[in-house]
Design a protein around this ligand. Sequence first.
Ligand code: CP
Ligand code: NVA
Length: 310
Amino acid sequence: MPKKDFLTLLDYSKEEILELLDISDKMKEWVKNNIQKRPLQGKSMAMIFQKRSTRTRVSTETGIAFLGGHALFLGMNDIQLGANETLKDTALVLSRYNNILLARVYGHEDVEDLARYATVPVINALSEKFHPLQILADLMTIKQHFGKLEGLKIAWVGDGNNVCHSLMIGATKVGINMSVATPKGYEPAEDVVAEVRKIAEKNGVKFEMTNDPKEAVKDADVIVTDTWVSMGHEEEKQKRLRDFAGYQVTMELGKLAKPHWKFMHCLPRKPEEVTDEVFYSERSIVFDEAENRMYTVMAVTLKLLGIEAK
Ligand code: CP
Ligand code: NVA
């Protein structure tokens, strides 16, 4: 059987996503009750990071250690990759020492190449196009707070970026309606939108795009945003701050959502995209969302390695 990677939720069915969420719940139970089963004893994960990270790095290192495995952090100044070794050779060599690889990259094709050449499973820990690990944690958090996924509405207010792309896919796959508001010129990528429209139609879910945040948040259960300046776009910061004027998530904007609306953000957060009043309020579930990153990466690792969580 060919190995399975975790590069984008497009490769995962609704049932597979829900199964990963069930395993994540079990991981939470194990961690909260300190149930030490150590199914990853003797297993090793190499983690390549071309970009900074707090949550992804720490949740993975800690989660893998909890399961008895070993995760190695390989920053761009630590390994030969990029300086005098190709991605192909790096993938082939790391596969000889490790049971699984994880990579945070710039171009999505880099993580695809890694997966193509590696002989062990590869997890995408964020590329410019997708951030699927984040969205598993988001879905887990929504389920935790709403007790269900199907039939809810998510409003995305901000940049049509990697996190937005993965959320569009994850949400429509599991039966959540989604409305995306971006300024003109910052819409999600056309190829992703085309895929999501197909998924939404097949699942009888609504997917809408607009340039008006008010329209998007109407009757939403969850309002989600992310930074306006993703890693790699730092030089566009001033232009982006101007272009995203009016896109800040505020309590005023939230009045158009359902009375019980919640706020989510993958973090790291900057004040321009959401006020402190929202970010630190009872409505904000961002720190549960961050915590759930650990359980979900544990679940994905076990699943890709074919190890049952029991
Ligand atoms: N949300 C997320 O991926 O955070 P880090 O960049 O800190 O890993
Ligand atoms: N969209 C952000 C997410 C960071 C976790 C970025 O790519 O920088």
